[in-house]
Design a protein around this ligand. Structure first.
Ligand SMILES: [Zn+2]
Length: 251
């Protein structure tokens, strides 16, 4: 929106109204600036302040057997020091049947995702086998057979030595490639492990101390998870039960 243009949103209309438009042409610029600021403020507010907004979903089963599946919203109360993730009321499209301590869920899901990333870093090395393994085995077998035939005088010395040299050379080459591959894979998995270790350190630090902003943490969570289903704990005040949280991992 340009500063001189007419405010188009309800927010803008509110400001225009409150600004009391007696002198429309003069008021247009300050109103525009104010509108711009207010929209910016709204955009900042729209960025979720909590780690799992939109990721947690209600797992309560309704009477007809279907799962509620509504994304949980955050409720904060001035007299409670932690936030709550809750299923919105029926009037707002949810079932209103679930409400959980947000701090405990945030910590548990953070740990689950960091553990998953660590596990993936550890197995990265095993998932990429060396492509030359088959050929190396074949060449070794050939060499063994050739030696056996030479041992039992089935081939002449001349034939044996002229055939054995390129074979041994090929095996030496393949073994060098194998060692290089193993080293590369080792470095790759080490750097992946280091990445996860530094990610873990930054995850729990304050942003001003070099910690990750919540938007980046949410990006990591979304990359690892489709959603987390929050199953109902039953009535009354219950201890935190992590097994009622069901992460749906991305492959
Ligand atoms: Zn629900």
């Amino acid at each position: 929106m340009t500063p001189s243009g007419p405010p188009r949103s309800a927010v803008g209309a509110g400001y225009t109204h409150r600004a009391g438009h007696a002198r429309a042409s003069q008021a247009a610029v300050p109103v525009g600036v104010l509108v711009g600021r207010k929209i910016l403020l709204l955009l900042v507010l729209r960025e979720p302040h909590h780690l799992l907004t939109g990721i947690l979903r209600c797992g309560r089963v309704s009477l007809d057997g279907s799962i509620c599946n509504t994304p949980l919203r955050v409720n904060s109360h001035p007299h409670v020091k932690y936030h709550l993730y809750s299923c919105p009321a029926k009037s707002a499209g949810g079932c209103g049947g679930i409400s959980r301590r947000g701090d405990l869920i945030d910590e548990f899901i953070s740990e689950a995702v960091l553990a998953k990333l660590e596990e993936r870093a550890m197995t990265a090395r095993e998932t990429e086998p060396w492509a030359g393994a088959g050929e190396l085995a074949r060449q070794r077998e050939k060499l063994a057979k050739l030696r056996a035939r030479w041992d039992s005088d089935e081939v002449s010395d001349e034939l044996f030595f002229s055939a054995v040299k390129p074979l041994e050379e090929r095996i030496r080459q393949l073994r060098a490639e194998q060692a290089k591959h193993a080293l590369g894979a080792e470095r790759l998995s080490q750097s992946a492990a280091t990445d996860v270790a530094s990610l873990r350190a930054r995850w729990y630090k304050d942003e001003q101390d070099g910690g990750l902003p919540i938007s980046q943490k949410r990006a990591y969570l979304r990359e690892a998870l489709h959603a987390v289903i929050v199953h109902p704990a039953g009535g009354g005040r219950q201890p935190f039960k992590p097994d009622l949280l069901e992460p749906i991992w991305r492959e």
